[in-house]
Design a protein around this ligand. Sequence first.
Ligand code: NAD
Length: 212
Amino acid sequence: MKNILITGSTSGIGKEIAEVLSKKNNVFLTGRRELNKANFYSCDLSNVQDVEKLYQKACEYFETDVDILINCAGQYIYKPIDEMSFEEIENLININFKSAYLLSKLVIPSMKKNNWGRIINIGSISGVVGEANASLYSATKSAFFGFSKALALELAQNNITINTINPGWVDTPLADNSLNEDEKQEIIEIVPQKRFISPNEIAKLCEFLISN
Ligand code: NAD
């Protein structure tokens, strides 16, 4: 039984990851909304103090270290670059990438000490192939490439693995709020399976990636 901190676990992909992994592990959840649960802390990951507090709260709940970190929290902005405000730019970088980097920095010392650890980042196909009108979203997701590859090399000797999953469109509230029915049909036409990915398929991949 491992101790797993999962960001973005109040909705969509993160919520499903938490449901699947909680069957055999202790999970600590977080998101923007309020939940009245002992294993939950509501926070804003665009804020550095909240990131540190989240890590402390998780360790307090586990009464020990975090063995597995899953960076799933994220927001999607579909807008041409010239329409993005400086504030939106800073927020998206902080939520989608900087919080994941900071949390990784915080969990790694104990993972090294325990000679075991797993970090999984939820990237996106937009970070792999690029997406017009989502240049910052794509950039925050492709940041996981360099980060995961470099850190995996750095920590391989410590039995710590770092992976990034890059899904296409997944059936979640984020997709629902970003696309109208016509856009969904257009996307489905170009997806080989002719459907959106289910959050459960991502959760099952996480289950494999955290195994020995
Ligand atoms: P969602 O909107 O259903 O859930 C997002 C989660 O992130 C929620 O728990 C929310 O509370 C949390 N979150 C958002 N902003 C936050 C903030 N400032 N501070 C703390 N928590 C915050 O989205 P989803 O579809 O489940 O997406 C999860 C991840 O998967 C995101 O990183 C997203 O970019 C990525 N992704 C989604 C899709 C898709 O099609 N849905 C495709 C590829 C990648």
